[in-house]
Design a protein around this ligand. Structure first.
Ligand code: ADP
Ligand code: MG
Length: 356
């Protein structure tokens, strides 16, 4: 994957500042007893990737960054990839690409199409990459793109591993699941090299591998209204992934100051307007957390909570919803690892909710 232009790069370096502060505080607070550790940040996967290895070295870092670049390119619709070459002719895909496509299609059905991997045509007309001022596409342009979008346009043959689209103008966009999937792949890759204590941040998708000698990693929940402020809460994570979807991560504004962010409602073709500003999902699988955070953002808090009661009957997945009015709702299964961090009670109010 590549950063498409300098402005995008600058925007993501801004995001980097916020996440790095968190990663650094995570390390300094509980680094006692560790011998060294290495960290590196690179612009990769169209975002900023920071990897900290507590029991790895520079060679492991070289290897895992190379691995992420290669795997990332294979899932990117803007690279020369199996994904970008999907057409109306059935093509046999590599196993891992097929798996992610098939997981994404299945989850799309489960989510009632709140999550949709066949939004390429819509993503092309919106082109949401960077904070800039420009006009939104016309209603007709969005309506036309919507007719070439939708999970049902993607066909998969599980036996032959073939995939194809039934509409020439449709395109697969794995932007809402690929980074999570890559987080899981990188975890396996590192473990195979003997690295068992690490913290990965793939553009804000966090994966905590192992722990810090018995302590969890401290990971901040970004302030969705102002990322230059301290995190609004801190999660203590061991062997878990925390993935965030927010309306502040990628967006542009029109001349009147209306904000158009990058999480699209597949039913309307417009940025999801569900009353939420941010969703954080804490789960064992980063791929699942990534797909869920996007889908739950589209659904809005009430529908999302109803959905999760059925989807996750054992309440293993942690959820944080921040609404546009500053209400932060935290699932009670996070009680032991969630700590509020803001004194700004004028802006934020916190409450726990039960999933049962
Ligand atoms: P990020 O990529 O910033 O981590 P998300 O995981 O929420 O955020 O994914 C948003 C990206 O996924 C968009 O940039 C777009 O490529 C794609 N996308 C947007 N809306 C949806 C949706 N409803 N379902 C699936 N993919 C989406
Ligand atoms: Mg996502």
């Amino acid at each position: 994957m590549r950063i498409k232009n300098k402005a995008v790069k600058t925007a993501f370096l801004f995001i980097l500042t916020a996440s790095l502060v968190l990663a650094l505080s995570a390390c300094s607070k509980s680094s006692s007893g560790t011998t060294g550790g290495v960290r590196r940040t690179e612009v990769l996967l169209d975002t900023v990737v920071t990897i900290t290895l507590l029991d790895g070295d520079e060679e492991d870092l070289d290897a895992v960054f190379d691995y992420l670049e290669t795997e990332g390119n294979r899932l990117d619709r803007y690279s020369d990839s199996e994904i970008s070459e999907l057409s109306t002719t059935p093509t046999v895909l590599s196993d891992d690409v097929f798996t992610l496509l098939s997981d994404s299609k299945a989850f799309s059905d489960t989510s009632g199409d709140a999550f949709d991997p066949v939004l390429g045509a819509l993503a092309d007309v919106w082109q949401i990459q960077e904070p800039e001022v420009r006009e939104a596409p016309s209603v007709d342009t969005v309506a036309e793109a919507l007719t070439h979008s939708g999970n049902s346009l993607l066909m998969l043959n599980e036996d032959t591993k073939e995939a194809w689209l039934t509409d020439e103008a449709a395109g697969v966009d794995l932007g809402a699941s690929a980074k999570g999937y890559l987080g899981d792949l990188a975890t396996e890759f590192l473990k195979e090299r003997g690295v068992n204590q690490a913290l990965l941040s793939l553009g804000g998708n966090i994966v905590a591998i192992g722990d810090k000698n018995g302590n969890g990693y401290l990971v901040g929940v970004e302030n969705p209204f102002d990322q230059s402020q301290d995190p609004i809460a801190v999660l203590t994570l061991s062997d878990k992934s925390a993935v965030t979807s927010g309306d502040y991560q990628r967006y542009f504004e029109d001349a009147e100051g209306n904000r158009y962010h990058h999480i699209l409602d597949p039913k309307t073709g417009y940025p999801a307007d569900s009353g939420l500003s941010q969703v954080v999902v804490v789960a064992d699988s980063s791929e699942e957390a990534d797909m869920l955070s996007t889908a739950l953002f589209v659904m809005g808090k009430d529908k999302a909570i109803d959905f999760m009661k059925t989807y996750d009957p054992n309440h293993e997945i942690g959820l944080i919803f921040t609404e546009k009015d500053g209400t932060v709702s935290v699932s009670d299964n996070l009680k032991d690892i969630f700590e509020m961090n803001t004194s700004d009670t004028d802006t934020f109010s916190f409450q726990f909710f039960s999933l049962s």
